[in-house]
Design a protein around this ligand. Structure first.
Ligand code: 5GP
Ligand code: ZN
Length: 110
């Protein structure tokens, strides 16, 4: 499949991994937008949040939170983002949760 995140899962292209289990993978974003910027993805190819069920979404967010805590975000927090399709600014069509931390982030987005 021509999906860059599936290729990272398969080890066909490199990714700096932060966490891996049977269902989920977390790795650092190649173009970090903050001092800490990693992605949590399902290993199953699911294009967007719209195709994901509640159980998977719970696991993704719970893991994103756990890893953010492990990366030192407890005191100052972080941002947890899921972009969806065109209007949401999604550029990789494999569901992913962004976790950004290590600096104050602006709101609202542009
Ligand atoms: P989106 O815009 O779809 O929400 O986010 C996709 C993210 O994937 C972007 O932040 C982009 O930098 C990241 N990304 C795209 N290609 C690669 C890659 O090959 N490796 C890694 N580690 N991140 C990638
Ligand atoms: Zn994929």
């Amino acid at each position: 499949m021509d999906c860059i995140f599936c290729k990272i899962i398969a080890g066909e292209i490199p990714g700096k991994k932060l966490y891996e289990d049977d269902e989920l993978l977390a790795f650092y974003d190649v173009h970090p937008q903050a001092p800490l910027h990693f992605l949590v993805i399902p290993k199953k190819h699911i294009p967007t949040i719209l195709e994901a069920d509640a159980v998977l979404l719970g696991k993704l967010l719970a893991k994103a939170k756990e890893l953010a805590l492990g990366e030192g975000c407890e005191e100052k927090g972080a941002r947890f983002v899921i972009n969806c399709k065109e209007d949401g600014g999604q550029t990789v069509d494999h569901l992913h949760v962004h976790v950004l931390g290590g600096r104050p982030l602006l709101w609202p987005p542009g």
